[in-house]
Design a protein around this ligand. Sequence first.
Ligand SMILES: [Zn+2]
Length: 259
Amino acid sequence: MKRKKGFLRVIALFCALILTALPLVSCGAPAEKTDGEKPASGEPKKRVAFTFDDGPTPGITNKFLDKIEELDVEVTFFVVGNRVSQYGDELLKRAVKLGCEIGTHTWNHPNNFDELSATATKEQLDKSCEIIEEATGERVRLFRPVGGEISDAQLGLAASMGLYTVCWYVDSNDWRAASADDLDAFIEEKVNYIVNTVEDGDIILMHDLRESSYEIFARAADRLIAQGYDIVTVSEILEITPTSKPEAKIYRWGDPIDE
Ligand SMILES: [Zn+2]
């Protein structure tokens, strides 16, 4: 990227030298923009995707959705199937209404997920996708493995089911609030970490389990928007369409950042 920028700078300098060497033959008005041409609007907007795992959580996920509605942004929730069955699907329905998307984070969050057999893996995915699809009326396209741990065989299986296996590039470590001595300092530290680490096309990992995570999201989102970021879904970052097919790999970010 940096080398490319340097090359462009040399070309620009070269063009500038040629132009200044040309005699000025006319002093007419500058050429008008052709019809339909968009005015130059400066830099294209940077995009970032917030993702929230382990929900839905009554009393907490709604707070995230209130902020999402207030900011008019879209995020991605990776829900646990049996929590949807336990707490109901109203939060999922509201999230989808706001333009957010729902991926699966397995049926019951097995911590040894990457050791599961093909049959057990398929069951985790099938069962959770079913309850999400029933709630949202939309096909599930995104899958987040527990702890980001997944075997090659499971990656192949997820892809064959049409699921993009999505991890993250920026880990907020928001769940560590449980052991924080000073919660306010913890929240501010995490907000600063997210805002200072994130780059165009990144996927951020958070959890909609705690009030402190909501605070981190709300403050980080405000600051990123003020810096010119668009907060978008993972599907937008990865350019997923109804007909696109996932590869058997882990997706952590979108273009233009290469792995
Ligand atoms: Zn999880």
